[in-house]
Design a protein around this ligand. Structure first.
Ligand code: FES
Length: 570
């Protein structure tokens, strides 16, 4: 039981200070008793009409408030920087760390005892969790929920179809008018992407970490039960404040291991790696890139969800949701990990039932033995590169080919469909300068579209390597997060068109068949090609962002500063 509420350091004061802390709040119509010892619950809202996946969050916040009030708390909603994946240029990932700073400082600076994090679109989950970890007060996540499954010409569709539609238009199999019609067919309700893209992956991550109520991951945004979960979360956070259940109570090393195991079984996004590493860095749990391979290599693909499989998040919910899936993984999970509702992870999933084996398979008869992520190493990526085997083509998992190199994304866009491009299906596409420093911000361009002339030959996949990321909704034999990135002048910076690259996923190797002497010679003549920014946040980002294998957080944001505010200006 917590002895003194943090918020009483503001609202519990008398005299001039107490007057100032309470009086202006009272202009919103709050009666005096709200300030007299009730837990103050911040509702950290990423609502924005520019973040369409989170555009329903004001309504969701009302449900949270109802729960907070019911439990005797005082809810206060506040906005933070909202990162909408589809509109933000040059890439939302550039601002993940900035948003996390906003969250951290907003929580610490205000009279907040506990916080509910309203998360939805891809980066809104890690940025809020990272920021909250660095303060480490009681916190739980309410995700916004996935959209209802899209439907185009009688077919179920979701975000992964964007890539298929794009190929179809470029191959002349779909018109621009048809593509325009498909837009509203895909996004037909509130919520985030309906496939197991990054947003859904993040929602599963928080549930498997134990920092949301059970069932949070899959309830569709449009389902009234999403509001029920939000209200129950509002109730629970008040109890968590009274019990002093902080993020660090729940986020142990074992909780991170659980999240990695679940991510493998659901075929989650490769972005999971970079965000989980960053969260671990904030809460002070040791986690390495290799852990993702080691922990997930024996876990089969249990969820049949796009882009690795067939179905959508709505189907996962009807099939029993993440609790039913975690029950299948019982032998692999640390079931005794605590979660925010006061029960263990196992207590939360042990009564779950699977209602559809087409969507959630058993471990004994999985959809695929290939799951999770494989971490590749070699002279092309000394600190690792990532591939998602469940979304890759089996025939390309062992492949040797000649590199076709693009020095930056603009060169790729300008030349990929040129009839003069010397390329065939055995070639390996290499895209440089899309890493954290080089782009900057590590955009999701790693799943490069296949050249038109190969599409015309019926080729729909080839090996692609970059120092960027790929969309969680993307698929193909795509190697991302090559580290160190090209902008640092390592081996990846000097790979040239025509060099032979050998990929062997089973043996976890990615080798550039160029001698050390030749590589050293090239590195001596290497000059950085990326733009260096000299002002503002982007300059700060380029100076301090860590490489992908460490989570791409700022070096100065590792760890936390706690919740204490030591100075008072009033
Ligand atoms: Fe927001 Fe996909 S664009 S989750």
């Amino acid at each position: 039981m917590k002895e003194k509420l943090r918020s009483q350091g503001w609202f519990g004061k008398t005299g001039k200070d107490g007057f100032i802390y309470r009086a202006w709040m009272k202009n919103q119509g709050f009666p005096d008793h709200e300030f007299r010892g009730k837990p103050v619950i911040g509702i950290c809202n990423t609502w924005s009409e520019l973040t369409p996946c989170n555009a329903h969050f004001r309504e969701l916040a009302e449900s949270v408030k109802r729960g907070v009030s019911e439990a005797g708390g005082f809810p206060v909603e506040f906005p933070v920087m909202s990162l909408g994946e589809t509109l933000i240029k040059p890439t939302a990932m550039l601002y993940r760390n900035l948003a996390s700073m906003d969250v951290e400082e907003s929580i610490r600076a205000n009279p907040i005892d506990g916080v509910v994090l309203l998360c939805g679109c891809d980066k809104t989950t890690p940025s809020l969790v990272m920021g909250a970890c660095s303060v480490d007060i009681p916190a739980l996540v309410v995700s916004g929920g996935p959209m209802l499954t899209g439907n185009y010409k009688g077919q179920d569709i979701g975000t992964s179809d964007v890539w298929r539609f794009n190929d179809a238009v470029r191959a002349g199999e779909m018109t621009q008018d048809e593509l325009t019609v498909a837009e509203a067919c895909m996004c037909r309700s509130r919520g985030h992407c309906a496939v197991m893209g990054t947003a859904s992956t993040m929602a599963c991550m928080v549930e498997s970490l134990g920092i949301s109520l059970p069932g949070n991951a899959a309830i569709p945004a449009a389902d009234s039960r999403r509001k029920v979960l939000a209200q129950m979360s509002g109730q629970r956070i008040v109890e968590m404040v009274r019990e002093d259940v902080r993020l660090s109570t729940v986020l142990t090393r074992k909780a991170f291991e659980n999240a990695i195991i679940v991510n493998a079984a659901i075929g989650g996004s490769t972005n999971f790696i970079i965000h989980l590493l960053a969260i671990a860095g904030r809460i002070g749990v040791p986690l390495s890139l290799q852990d993702f391979d080691t922990l997930s290599s024996k876990i089969p693909l249990v969820a049949n969800l796009q882009p690795s499989g067939k179905y959508f998040m709505e189907d996962l919910y009807y099939a029993g949701g993440l609790p039913a899936l975690m029950k299948e993984l019982n032998d692999s999970l640390h079931g005794n990990c605590p979660t925010v509702n006061g029960k263990t992870l196992k207590e939360n999933y042990q009564a779950a039932e699977c209602y559809n084996r087409q969507v959630i398979a058993t471990v004994d008869q999985p959809f695929s033995p290939f799951s999770g992520v494989a971490i590749l190493r070699g002279n092309l990526c000394e600190n690792g590169a990532v591939i998602k085997p469940s979304a890759a083509s089996p025939h390309l998992m062992k492949h040797t080919g000649k590199a076709v190199v693009f020095e930056n994304i603009e060169e790729y866009k300008n030349t990929i469909d040129s009839p003069d491009l010397e390329i065939d299906e055995t070639s390996i596409l290499v895209l440089k300068n899309v890493g954290p420093i080089g782009y900057p911000g590590m955009p999701e361009v790693g799943n490069m579209a296949i050249p038109k002339k190969l599409l015309a030959k019926g080729i729909h996949d080839m090996v692609r390597i970059s120092d960027g990321r790929m969309s969680g909704t993307g698929f193909g034999t795509v190697l991302v997060h090559a580290s160190p990135e090209a902008a640092t002048g390592g081996n990846f910076a000097v790979v040239e068109t025509g060099d032979v690259i050998r990929l062997d996923v089973a043996n976890r190797s990615l080798i550039l068949e160029v001698s050390d002497e030749e590589l050293q010679k090239r590195k001596k003549n290497w000059k950085p090609l990326h733009k260096k920014y000299d002002r503002g946040y982007v300059s700060l980002y380029q100076q301090h962002v860590e490489q992908a294998h460490l989570g791409a957080d700022m070096d100065y944001l590792l760890g936390g500063s706690g919740s204490e505010v030591t100075r008072d200006s009033h």
